[in-house]
Design a protein around this ligand. Structure first.
Ligand code: CDP
Ligand code: MG
Length: 137
């Protein structure tokens, strides 16, 4: 069993796609364990995206992810980390396959609706950032 953190980003919330995204992960067989709606303070956004600190798109990314409410979701299941990434699709809108969230709903590189942890280390760090001790439960 794995746990992973999925964020429905501000554009996903504004476009009313929370249900669509939950539906896809739930239909796959993953179990929704925790959900929380919040606006990320910029310091928390910078912590969440720490691996991108030196990138040219970092300031725009922090402004975007902090621009409105997100839904933070903890999902659990076998291979939850890789499966959530697969269902979300590639970050490049030209490579995101139809049938994935980004492939079906995204045409830009920054505003791409959804985040999912990319490794078990990232899942632990991100779940702890959004939900305290839930990773170990
Ligand atoms: O979200 P994912 O893990 O698929 O991609 P990432 O490489 O970890 O990038 C994190 C986020 O930064 C992306 O989801 C985009 O919102 C944003 N990004 C961007 O604005 N411009 C890029 N060239 C790459 C990423
Ligand atoms: Mg990433």
């Amino acid at each position: 069993m794995e746990k992973t953190l999925v964020l429905v980003k501000p554009d996903g919330v504004k476009r009313g796609l929370l249900g669509e995204i939950i539906l896809r992960l739930e239909r796959k067989g993953l179990i929704l364990e925790r959900a929380r709606k919040l606006v990320l303070p910029p310091e928390m956004a910078a912590e969440h995206y720490q691996e991108h600190r030196a990138k040219s798109f970092f300031p725009a990314l922090i402004a975007y992810i902090s621009s409105g409410p997100v839904w933070a979701l903890v999902w659990q299941g076998p291979n939850a980390i890789a499966l959530a990434r697969m269902l979300i699709g590639h970050k490049d809108p030209l490579q995101a396959l139809p049938g994935t969230v980004r492939g079906d709903f995204v045409c830009t590189s920054t505003e791409n609706l959804v985040h999912a942890s990319d490794s078990s280390a990232a899942a632990e760090r991100e779940i702890n950032l959004f939900f305290g001790g839930v990773f170990r439960e």
